[in-house]
Design a protein around this ligand. Structure first.
Ligand code: XMP
Length: 513
């Protein structure tokens, strides 16, 4: 993991809490750089001077149990301000000689927190009573010597402890979770204790990354697979700013893109050395008569590698391959499994032959998605690009159910374009996580004038989500749905029926295939 020597940094030791990334988000929102490290890391003999504070996250284990992850207690002697959240609080208590009482299970819920009359620096300016997202598992029975209880839940459970010198704190609740009132301010006050001044932002990151990339790449060349999605676009923008025409972008038109997609990439990246590869026939010929979703995906994946490889060979002097790896990809598998766990390598273009050994450039590997977006805006990318909805790699192939003929794809593309036009015009485009049209593999009977028709059925899908793992269908107004439906049926030859998908994930999925 790269430490940023330029910025004050908070280290978060991850004990496996589902909320650890949220802690990092809250700190970065306060313009302080932070990094998540596995709790099993050994404490370095010399912690770099730019590390201004340490946070111990929550976690599923019990400090009293056999399942407690290995931990180097030297972390607690680092001299840096320390904040233990939930498991972290119990670890501080247990290590420094207090007592922790075993809970039945690690459940969470809203609780009232009541502050002591003089709760000290961490709660300076906080309401004397507030609601917080509290763990009902193990809790502190007696704080360690040199610590005092500064808050309790309304049922009397110790909710916060502080050391007498006001440099070490423990919380039974999760300030990083939005259900905890004033949690962001509490984290900001801890950053104040650390002396963090707020010297980091995605825009400054972009500036510094441009100089770092210039230095690393020198006069070498870089290849970048540009899909037009947020991550690859921001990567390309950073590299273009850093090395100009030493960057070669490859955009593969696989015939499965939405209306206007290739054109918009060409327009936005017109000043780049952009190679638009027309591979429509290659993909669509290979997909003719294929209806099984997984076979479609496999064929598309294989063809993509082949095309990309062929193009990449046109730049024999390219030493680097750029990828849009983000911070969650980097930390995904680190957590409690410790340093021995292999970090998932996020190969957007995995599967390239061994004789094409590129060095990877992953300039976004320190950023969360919204920070990558902010960096993209700072680099001058359009809002449309930066706030684009996720679009699956196999493109319209997984939205055109059944036969992938050119004709059916054209029908779907037109219907999808009309749907999106209406959605954005009505102001819903940016409010939803994903929205699209699906073409079903069945026909239905209709009537047009005096004629009976037997044509395709289109389904509209619009979902709210925060990460794609769960999703709710969007309650689009009936008037808007009606307008979309009549425009699609009137304007798209071959569709005589439109339905609206009102299923959530789970048990359904976002895409239909
Ligand atoms: P599901 O349909 O599983 O989708 O609820 C969750 C998220 O993943 C996207 N998705 C894909 N992305 N290749 C991709 O690059 C795929 O094969 C694929 N399938 C689904 C989907 O659009 C949603 O954002």
């Amino acid at each position: 993991m790269t430490d940023s020597p330029l910025h004050q940094t908070v280290w978060i030791l991850d004990f496996g809490s589902q909320y650890t990334q949220l802690i990092a988000r809250r700190i970065r929102e306060a313009k302080v750089y932070c990094e998540i490290r596995p709790c099993t890391d050994a404490a370095p003999a010399h912690i770099p001077p730019n590390v201004v504070g340490i946070i111990l996250s929550g976690g599923p284990a019990s400090v009293l149990g056999d399942d407690a992850p290995a931990f180097d207690v030297d972390w607690l002697q680092s001299g840096r301000p320390l904040l233990g959240i939930c498991y972290g609080m119990q670890l501080i208590t247990h290590t420094f000689g207090g007592t922790v009482e075993r809970g039945v299970s690690r459940e969470y819920g809203r609780s009232k927190v009541v502050l002591d009359a003089s709760p000290g620096r961490l709660f300076d300016g906080a309401e004397s009573e507030f609601t917080a997202w509290m763990s009902h598992g193990d809790h502190v029975d007696a704080p360690p010597p040199g610590f005092r209880v500064v808050a309790r839940s309304d049922s009397g459970v110790v909710a916060a402890i502080a050391s007498q010198d006001e440099r070490m704190f423990g919380l039974q609740f999760h300030p990083e979770v939005t259900h905890s009132e004033g949690g962001d301010k509490l984290i900001q006050r801890f950053l104040g204790v650390c002396g963090a001044t707020g010297d980091w932002s995605p825009a400054r990151f972009a500036e510094e990354q441009v100089s770092a990339l210039k230095e690393r790449i020198g006069s070498d060349h870089v290849i970048c697979g540009l899909s037009g999605g947020v991550d690859s676009s921001v990567v390309a923008a950073l590299l273009h700013e850093a090395i100009g025409d030493q960057l070669h972008c490859i955009f593969v038109d696989n015939g499965l893109l939405r209306e206007g997609e290739a054109e918009s990439v060409e327009a936005e990246f017109v000043e780049y050395d952009l190679h638009v590869v027309d591979a429509k026939d290659l993909f669509l010929d290979a997909l003719a008569d294929v209806t099984d979703p997984e076979t479609k995906r496999r064929i598309i994946g294989e063809k993509f590698i082949r095309v990309f490889e062929e193009q990449a060979r046109k730049f024999p002097n390219a030493r680097f391959l750029a990828q849009g790896t983000l911070y969650p990809d980097v930390i995904e598998s680190v957590s409690v499994r410790g340093p021995s766990a292999t970090i998932k390598s996020h190969h957007n273009v995995g599967g390239l032959p061994d004789d094409m050994a590129f060095e990877l450039v992953e300039p976004l590997r320190e950023l969360f998605k919204d920070e990558a977006r902010a960096a993209g805006l700072a680099l001058g990318l359009s809002e449309d690009r930066v706030f684009r909805q996720p679009f699956p790699g196999p493109g319209l192939a997984v939205r055109c159910l059944g036969d992938l003929s050119r004709e059916r794809l054209a029908t779907l593309r037109r219907a999808d374009a009309i749907f999106r036009e209406e959605l954005y015009a009505a102001g819903w485009g940016r409010k939803v996580w994903q929205s699209f049209v699906v073409l079903l593999p069945v026909k239905s009977v209709g009537v047009m004038g005096d004629e009976r028709t037997y044509e395709e059925v289109a389904v509209i899908r619009a979902v709210h989500s925060t990460d794609g793992m769960t999703a709710d269908f969007v309650h689009l107004p009936y008037e808007l749905l009606g307008k979309m439906s009549s425009r699609i049926i009137n304007e798209v030859k071959g569709i005589n029926r439109v339905a609206y998908d009102i299923s959530s994930k789970p048990p359904s999925t976002i895409e239909w295939e």
